[in-house]
Design a protein around this ligand. Structure first.
Ligand code: ACO
Length: 311
């Protein structure tokens, strides 16, 4: 602890400025960022799995090309975020080891299965929609490398959200069976999507401190409300309903009211006991192990070049 450095840090935060990798920062600020950025990176990488699952079964060449590009984008997001975390003095190997050994968290949402093609549309519309709502404020968060990574990520997420909505609009113009498939997917994904914003503000461990540090610019509950308000209107255009009988416009508040969230389900999934946790982690570890030869080959190639350059 150094009072002079601390005062400079506080002043920069209060002025809404950015903290850069080489600036002095409190150890607890650094640890919070490593926690959040690495969880975020893991979410992007694990998030490739439920969708990657459908690449071989996309119904048309156009949809296949879109899905391939989207899943590849998610991989890229994970890599920018690991790079942002590395600026805080942790190694990518450490972070990946925490993921592969089951010690690290990643977003609860990616432990739900993608059962039909409509799920791919709903993941784009609701899951990426919720992700953008949470991530736009992060473009202005106080840690420079994280904020800058988020700018490009948000642009790509917005394409992901639109492709999902477009896919669903197409299905809703199709047969009754297709419309039923969309409604069924919405029924399964709605509640998990609004859980993505995390616990209520009063139950959120890190919110107050993260808000003080300018990492969290908008609270979990406020973002959730913004998401509900925007999405209910989009559902009307699409012609689907949300599986919540208590969802209704509240004139006095100027927002939609909605039913109680099942937090037992949320914590169960976060703590590793959701429908898909075991399979997701196993698929991720297998992908890592199967890629070992690529990493070795790349290192060997670099070694040969280094040796040649130094001759
Ligand atoms: N899934 C899994 N864990 C969660 C979730 C969730 N949806 N929401 C909260 N948690 C965890 C937190 O990580 C924290 O656990 P920890 O103390 O072991 O780290 C705990 O629940 C308490 O929550 P909060 O105190 O509210 O935590 P925090 O202030 O970090 O807020 C939030 C959570 C909003 C998710 C924040 O970390 C954030 O904005 N992260 C960056 C965005 C992100 O990770 N998005 C991933 C999904 S989007 C995508 O990848 C397409």
């Amino acid at each position: 602890e150094n009072p002079a450095y601390q005062a400079e840090f506080d002043a920069k935060i209060d002025a809404g400025g950015y903290i850069e990798a080489k600036d002095w920062m409190p150890e607890s600020y650094r640890k919070t960022l490593v926690r959040q950025i690495s969880q975020h990176a893991h979410s992007e990488i694990v998030g490739m799995l439920p969708e990657g699952n459908w690449i071989t079964r996309a119904p048309t060449l156009k949809r296949k090309a879109i899905l391939l590009a989207k899943v590849q984008d998610e991989g890229g997001h994970g890599l920018y975020l690991y790079a942002a975390a590395e600026t805080l003095g942790v190694s990518r190997d450490e972070l990946l080891d925490a993921l592969h050994s089951g010690r690290a968290k990643y977003s609860s949402i990616f432990n739900y299965p993608t059962l039909t093609w409509a799920d791919i549309g709903v993941v784009g519309w609701l899951v990426d929609g919720a992700a953008i709502m949470n991530q736009i404020p992060l473009c202005k968060c106080s840690y420079g490398p994280y904020a800058r990574a988020m700018v490009r990520i948000c642009k790509e997420e917005s394409f992901h959200q639109r492709q999902g909505y477009d896919l669903l609009l197409t299905m809703m113009k199709g047969t009754q069976e297709q419309r039923d498939m969309v409604q069924d997917a919405v029924n399964r994904w709605w509640w998990p999507s609004i859980m993505m914003f995390g616990p209520h503000d009063k139950d959120s461990t890190h919110s107050a401190q993260s808000a003080r540090w300018g990492i969290k610019r908008i609270s979990n509950d406020d973002l959730r409300q913004k998401f509900v308000d925007a999405t209910v209107e989009q559902a009307k255009v699409l012609g689907v309903t949300m599986p919540d009988p208590e969802l209704k416009w509240n004139e006095a508040r100027g927002h939609y009211d909605f039913g109680a969230i099942d937090w037992d389900e949320f914590w169960n999934v976060v703590n590793g006991h959701g429908q898909g946790n075991v399979d997701r982690l196993a698929a991720r570890v297998k992908a890592w192990d199967d890629g070992a030869w690529v990493r070795e080959a790349a290192l060997e190639y670099a070694r040969k070049h280094d040796a040649r350059d130094s001759q």
